[in-house]
Design a protein around this ligand. Structure first.
Ligand code: HEC
Length: 124
């Protein structure tokens, strides 16, 4: 069986558009940060969420409003029910843990993750 001609190319094209868009978005954020005079270490909750979806979602529920599993607390329940402070979270994420793989996060990534976790605190 043959695929309709052009389908694969079209699919390839849309992936390209998406990655262009991503690159453009990243550049936009950098330019915005530069224009606003924000230091390069500014915390970005959106980037933190993306990181969480990439690195934490295999174990933790990342999205706000979702329930917790028995074994692993959802990220939202960590900041809401357990009331972990920003400082505590930063320290936790900086050090490797037995129950969690060593993720070797950069300070920037930790700042973004903590910013995302802090944003969950405010969500119902
Ligand atoms: C391989 C599975 C796994 C991954 C991946 C993982 N975690 Fe965890 N995490 C756990 C487990 C299990 C616990 C519970 C450990 C405990 O309470 O001793 C935990 C606990 C935590 C805690 C402490 C909760 C508390 O209040 O005691 C935080 C904060 C946390 N994880 C954040 C993260 C973040 C952020 C990421 C992604 C960067 C991540 N974890 C990735 C398994 C994981």
């Amino acid at each position: 069986m043959r695929e309709r001609p052009g389908l694969a190319e079209r699919r390839g094209a849309s992936v390209q558009v998406l990655s262009l868009f991503r690159r453009g978005l990243g550049l936009g954020i950098v330019l915005f940060a530069l224009a606003a005079g924000v230091p390069a270490t500014a915390q970005d909750p959106a980037a933190g969420r993306a990181l969480a979806e990439q690195w934490c979602a295999s174990c933790h529920i990342v999205a706000p409003g979702a329930g917790s599993s028995d074994q692993v607390p959802s990220l939202q329940s960590i900041v809401q029910d357990r009331d972990r402070s920003e400082e505590w979270l930063r320290t936790w994420l900086s050090a490797p843990h037995e129950s969690m793989p060593s993720l070797s996060l950069s300070r920037m990534e930790i700042a973004d993750l903590v910013a995302y976790l802090e944003s969950l605190r405010a969500t119902e």
